[in-house]
Design a protein around this ligand. Structure first.
Ligand code: GLN
Length: 304
């Protein structure tokens, strides 16, 4: 596996000139586009890493998986009264469907959906951002994980679009709490700084029937883990979820920090990272790496 990851990293590095680092959050624009890392965490607890796999980066939308998991743990199926379950076919930060659909976002993995999910967590926890950081630390077995204050401040300063979504949802009665409080919590989750190794480890419960195997702990039920994987398959790569399903065929979630986590159910999680993105907001080199990985592992979800 180690040798193989090194080969994937070498191939992915050839794509490093392509794409652009996200700059609509200025703190992210400073990232070196020449970084690439990949890490695998198996359900039996082995970890493999190549390239810059231990360097923390801004997890951005990958946080939406953690937000959703926590909200499903606290609110169960009632969550789906607040957010839908279908792909949007629109960019992750689109406002277009919100008005027509009376403030109910299409799914939990676009910004509006994750903000509605965050509102549920603000209702459920006294300090939801701290709770999220604690969960991220516990799941990845890394007590040093932090919220990057510079990224948080930058997201707050440039919050107009996300604030517009939150206020529109509030007007439709789909946000219960103070909009600023909800946005702060949402941005804090996006600003968590984690490495490929941290993320592959933290989301391994999705490959392990809902168990955090190293802790011997059930985090979610097997059925819930399967459902979260289903939503990642249909909505995890924004409006490019169909392309990714065709080329890679694994449940996955990307973020504009350049990370993508994919799940091979029953076997392993893999996280690839490189900051330069395509026009959908997905890392070019990380997608390339995952395509090679899934192809050679013969791990397509629909393999018989
Ligand atoms: N924090 C980012 C935003 O709200 C997350 C977007 C992303 O990773 N796609 O715009």
């Amino acid at each position: 596996m180690q040798q193989w990851l090194e080969e994937i990293a070498a191939s992915a590095r050839q794509r490093l000139g392509e794409g652009r680092v996200a700059d609509y959050i200025p703190a992210l624009a400073q990232r070196d586009p020449d970084r690439f890392g990949i890490a695998v965490c198996t359900t039996s607890g082995e970890t493999y890493a190549a390239g810059d796999a231990r360097e923390p980066f801004s997890i951005q939308s990958i946080a939406k998986v953690l937000l959703l998991t926590l909200a499903l743990r606290t609110h169960g199926e009632a969550l789906w009264q607040r957010v839908g379950l279908n792909p949007s076919g629109m960019p992750f930060n689109s406002l277009a469907q919100l008005e027509a659909e009376r403030g109910k976002p299409r799914n939990p993995f676009i910004n509006a959906g994750a903000i509605a999910v965050t509102d549920r967590l603000v209702s459920a926890f006294a300090t939801p951002d701290k709770h999220l950081q604690d969960i991220a630390r516990r799941l990845s077995n890394n007590a040093t994980i932090l919220i990057d204050d510079a990224v948080l401040a930058s997201e707050w300063q440039h919050r107009s679009r996300n604030a517009a979504m939150a206020y529109l949802m509030k007007a439709f009665g789909n946000i219960d709490n103070d909009v600023d409080e909800v946005l702060r919590c949402y941005f804090s989750s996006c600003a968590l700084a984690m490495s490929c190794v941290d993320l592959a480890t933290a989301l391994n419960f999705l490959a392990a029937d809902g168990e955090v195997r190293p802790l011997g702990e059930r985090f979610v039920s097997p059925g819930l883990a399967r459902r979260i994987n289903a939503i990642m398959t249909t909505c995890g790569m924004y409006d490019a979820a169909g392309d990714f399903a065709y080329r890679v065929g694994l449940p996955a979630k990307s973020g504009v920090g350049g990370g993508i986590v994919a799940v091979v159910p029953g076997r392993m999680t893999v996280c690839a990272w490189s900051p330069a993105l395509d026009e959908s907001g997905n890392s070019v080199a990380a997608q390339h790496a995952l395509e090679l990985f899934a192809g050679e592992l013969d791990a397509h979800l629909l393999t018989t």
